[in-house]
Design a protein around this ligand. Structure first.
Ligand code: GLY
Length: 412
């Protein structure tokens, strides 16, 4: 059934009519609007946090302050400004040392963060963007810039316990070699051992420990238990890991990497989240101590590549027909996941797919190595035709070697 995120009455009627047992909330906007609180009024539990807890994603200042208040490691040097007093001096100070990051406080679809050297060149450009954020949101977060490699660690959380999934590296920039504007994510990969080639077990454990502490702190701060997915965007730096931001949901494209290799029944996990019994589920499934995951995932590498409209993200072509050879994708052993496409009837009465303005279709390769999964994903991308492009470099040996070299250079 099609409907609007903010039409809670329609969503609740649908749940009642169809005797829905529980809901899994996908995107962040309904979480911000309080869909979980609203569904609870009619007795429907959710895999997704209540409005007050979703602030973990919907307010970057909330999250930075939470980590500071509960003495949780991972924050950068940062300051939250509600006026422009002191803004220039703080940005200049950071610019002289590490570089700076300016973050809009609220949800901006991944486009509210601007980084010195990448998006903003001078101190004054940073000040101008920060002032714009204050006008829009009432505040802005100014942070130190980190040098390192980013990774996504998504966890299942029942309000008490967090269980980590395989780690993923996403690619936010539109063009190869991490050039161009930020996007929702152009592609992502994960490795057979559920770590990443540039990451240590300790990095993983440190990131997981931060998320567990955040789960505990949220309970203390709000009196409510966080039930859902906590997605930490981390960066491995010279001397450990730091937190970039949290999302209160699965990542896109990261969800495709992990859910495609999940062995434990997803419904069992959802019920354990809503019932607060993840610890019991973990005991049942804890067969593979070697990789420290307590919910089972296949030991396979994955590479996901998004096919997007020409001109994406700034001036995407719209309403252009694309063709997807699903049969060939199936023969290749790849998977196709549709995102922003419309199915319409052409004049000959046949159904056809049309681009809307955002990421169109994701192609996923699963194999015994990242290199092999990349080949499968790339072959599947070739089965999509139309006015589209994708990042050829995601998951390639060349790109991964570069990431590994970078980490070695900063950790000598
Ligand atoms: N992959 C980034 C996000 O889902 O926000």
């Amino acid at each position: 059934m099609l409907g609007k995120y903010d039409d809670f009455d329609a969503i609740k009627s649908y749940c009642t009519l169809n005797q829905i047992n529980f809901a899994v909330i996908g995107p962040e906007n309904p979480l911000e609007l309080g869909i979980v609180d609203s569904l609870e009024e009619i007795g429907v539990k959710s895999v997704g946090p209540k409005k007050v807890l979703a602030q973990l994603e919907t307010s970057k200042s909330f999250t930075r302050n939470l980590l500071t208040k509960y003495k949780i490691a991972g924050n950068p040097i940062f300051h939250i400004f509600a006026t422009k007093n002191g803004l220039y001096d703080f940005i200049k100070q950071l610019n002289d040392k590490t570089g700076y990051v300016i973050k809009a406080d609220g949800l901006m679809g991944g486009k509210g963060v601007k980084v010195s050297e990448d998006h903003l060149i001078t101190v004054q450009e940073g000040v101008t963007y920060a002032e714009e954020c204050i006008v829009n949101d009432g505040r802005v977060i100014v942070e130190e810039k980190f040098v390192g490699q980013e990774f996504s660690l998504m966890c299942f959380c029942d309000g008490k316990k967090v269980l980590g999934m395989p780690v993923i590296q996403d690619h936010k920039r539109a063009f190869e070699n991490d050039q161009g504007p930020n996007t929702g994510g152009m592609g992502s990969y994960s490795d057979k051992n559920h770590l990443l080639p540039f990451l240590t077990q300790k990095d993983y454990a440190d990131a997981l420990a931060i998320t567990q502490k955040v789960c505990d702190a949220l309970k203390k701060e709000t009196g409510q238990e966080y039930k859902g997915i906590i997605y930490g965007g981390f960066i491995a730096v010279k001397d450990g890991v730091r937190l970039i931001e949290y999302n209160a949901r699965f990542g896109d494209p990261e969800a495709m990497n992990v859910l495609a290799i999940l062995k434990t029944d997803f419904v069992d996990i959802c019920l354990a989240i809503t019932n607060g019994t993840l610890d019991k589920l973990a005991k049942v499934n804890n067969t593979d101590h070697a990789n420290s995951f307590e919910i089972e995932f296949e030991n396979k590498a994955t590479v996901c590549k998004y096919v997007v409209p020409e001109g994406y993200p700034d001036e995407p072509v719209e309403n252009e027909k694309i063709e997807v050879d699903e049969k060939k994708i199936h023969i290749l052993g790849a998977r196709a996941y549709y995102a922003n496409v419309d199915e319409k009837k052409d004049s000959d009465g046949k159904s056809a797919l049309y681009l809307t303005s955002s990421r169109a279709v994701a192609l996923l390769g699963i194999a015994n190595s990242i290199a092999d999964a990349e080949k499968v994903a790339e072959a599947a991308v070739a089965c999509v035709s139309g006015r589209v492009f994708h990042r050829k470099d995601v998951g390639t040996k060349e790109l991964i070697d570069k990431r590994v070299r970078h980490m070695k250079e900063i950790r000598i």
